[in-house]
Design a binder for this molecule. Structure first.
Ligand SMILES: *Cc1c(COP(=O)(O)O)cnc(C)c1O
Length: 375
């Protein structure tokens, strides 16, 4: 067995064989969705393919923000974001992964406590581990357990960070932000809310679940690669928080600043998202319609809104439904462990507002496949 790698790397083939046997192997596949309707992007408002006004501005920042990579375009984008969100300041990161990783690890460390919802995104989990703080995970959306945990343990730690997504990416569930705000204030915890999937989708002018619930998180994380249809992320909060992260968030300090061309695109795209009321209405109408169609065929769905997780159980079943839908022109993605817990493999359907006009075609394909599954 010489596949061209040294013996030291022989574990690679063994590991991958194990994944394949369990139907858990993910192979690079060019998204060849030509002729298909894409129902698995996070491009909720259909803006990713919308061209940007050409600007005579460099594509590369050339250095980290601290050194020479911070331009007027970055500063203007941060001010526009902050004033829209209603925060004092914001800071751009090159991705949501970098924003969460750097922010969590900068805020807490040894002797501190992170309390984290069980379904929080991998970037939050990785940031928490990297920080060296003690991590306590509370059951998904279970604020009573959270409060019991804090009552018992808060006193043993210096700082406490309570971190949650607002619209959970894999289950399509909503955090109870009012309750989390109350608990955070009561136990002197910093409330950090990752609005990745809610930004542009929920709240007045798409400002997210915290705006919808009229809750002010201490730290607001938004990503620009989802409904903004761009790339990158921001952390919004106080001016002091911004300056602190500028100095202490290692994923910010030791990384090239986001492209100036990207930064320059943000203010106009922000206006576009804020004004996309018709797209938001279409997105929510289409989502609730598809949920009704699937439920009528006996499909087990989770959550609410435009993230539609159709629970199928085993990876093999999730893959079979994925392929059956692709055969009918709907490009969807099966989601398997470790992204979701074992036994809860699913097909996650995420429409975009643009697909409202294709409603009949989508509905017919979903009905047909759901009937096949039910048998
Ligand atoms: C997608 C996502 C991220 C990561 O954002 P990127 O910009 O894609 O790195 C972080 N948090 C949540 C909840 C996400 O869904």
């Amino acid at each position: 067995m010489n596949r061209g790698v040294s013996d030291g790397l022989s574990f690679l083939a063994e590991d991958l064989d194990g994944l394949a046997t369990a139907n858990l192997l993910r192979e690079p596949r060019i998204a060849d969705a030509a002729g298909s309707l894409v129902l698995c992007s996070n491009d909720y408002l259909g803006l990713a393919s919308e061209p940007l006004a050409p600007r005579d501005i460099g594509a590369g920042a050339g250095a980290s923000a601290l050194v020479a990579g911070y331009t007027e375009a970055h500063a203007a984008a941060e001010i526009a974001i902050a004033s829209w969100i209603g925060a004092e300041a914001s800071l751009l990161f090159s991705s949501g992964y970098a924003a969460n990783l750097g922010t969590v690890a900068a805020l807490v460390g040894k002797g501190d406590l992170v309390v984290s919802d069980a379904l929080n995104h991998a970037s939050i989990i990785d940031g928490s581990r990297l920080s060296g703080a003690t991590i306590r995970v509370f059951p998904h959306r279970d604020t009573a357990s959270l409060e019991a945990l804090l009552r018992e343990q808060r006193g043993s730690f210096r700082r406490c960070l309570l971190v949650t997504e607002s619209y959970f990416s894999m289950d399509g569930t909503l955090a109870d932000l009012r309750e989390l705000r109350r608990v955070a204030s009561r136990y002197r915890a910093i409330l950090m809310v990752d609005e990745a999937h809610a930004l542009g989708v929920y709240g007045p002018s798409g400002r997210g679940r915290s705006a919808f619930e009229d809750v002010t998180p201490d730290i607001y994380v938004g990503t620009l690669g989802k409904s903004f249809g761009l790339q990158g992320a921001f952390v919004a909060g106080s001016s002091l928080l911004r300056l602190y992260l500028w100095n202490r968030a290692r994923s910010f300090v030791f990384s090239t600043a986001p492209s100036p061309a990207l930064a320059a695109a943000i203010p106009a795209r922000l206006e576009r998202v804020a004004g996309a009321e018709a797209e938001r209405v279409a997105l929510h109408q289409l989502s609730s319609h598809l949920r009704t169609v699937l439920r009528a065929e006996g499909a087990a769905l989770l959550g609410e809104g435009p993230i539609i997780p159709w629970i199928l159980g085993t990876p093999a079943r999730a893959l079979a439904v994925q392929e059956a839908l692709r055969d009918r022109g709907l490009w969807v993605a099966g989601i398997r462990p470790p992204t979701v817990p074992s036994g809860l493999a699913r097909v996650r359907i995420t429409p975009t507002s643009k697909l409202e006009s294709q409603r009949a075609r989508i509905e017919a394909a979903l009905r047909e496949v759901a009937r096949g599954v039910a048998q």
